[in-house]
Write a protein that binds this ligand. Sequence first.
Ligand code: NAD
Length: 246
Amino acid sequence: MDLVNRVAIVTGGAKGIGKAIAFSLAKKGAKVVINYNSSEQSAKAVVDELTLEGYEALAVQANVAEFEQTKALVERTIEHFGRLDIIVNNAGITRDRTFKKLSEDDWHEVINVNLSSVYNTCNAALPHLLESDNARIINISSVIGQAGGFGQTNYSAAKAGMIGFTKSLAIELAKSNITVNTVCPGFIETDMLSEVPENVKEQIKAKIPKRRFGTADEIAKAVLYLCQDGEYITGQQINVNGGLYV
Ligand code: NAD
């Protein structure tokens, strides 16, 4: 499918995996809304970069853990571009601690940003996606949602929740024009991974059959495939993990 004139919102699109996704969609002709959280300025720099290259993009501040802010993000998109075809739920955080040390705040923050945000965007976007002739919801989950991870009960629960959400919504929307899928990255070289101590990173790498971390562009390729050629793919998880979880 041609993405020319399609409009996409990429949550957390100012850096890392989200930025790579925003660029890859823009390069295929989509108009891209780069969502960023309140403290982040780099979204505007990304939009400038895209605009300089001749693509259409807009930066919109919204904390996607907050329902009203997410609704405003979708409304701003419609106001500016007049339509909405693709939602990439990419915004995510970790607050890794063993369960004994995990506070109630660590729990709720991670669930709200990674999982409740998906409810928020889908709720706000659904009426507009139904007006598109070929729409996509793509949720960026994680191998940790499939296999678990030490010190990651909150993150793992949120990412597994995204997978269940995806399957149910895909079934509900199967007769419509909207497909719903999850992309599950393994360990990807971004700021999120840089929070992991070097010795732990080496241990992780040794367990990856491909013996290297993935790149943000490799995740973007899976998202682009679903956007362009995924008409008959719905309710699925696309694993991009170097063989870590098969
Ligand atoms: P990153 O930290 O580089 O980027 C995350 C982005 O989300 C940032 O732009 C951040 O500002 C944004 N964000 C965070 N909270 C937000 C909020 N409340 N509202 C709006 N935006 C918010 O991380 P990344 O590695 O690029 O991760 C992107 C996605 O991929 C996340 O959902 C993450 O869980 C998932 N993932 C990453 C890896 C990895 O190894 N890097 C592996 C598996 C899954």
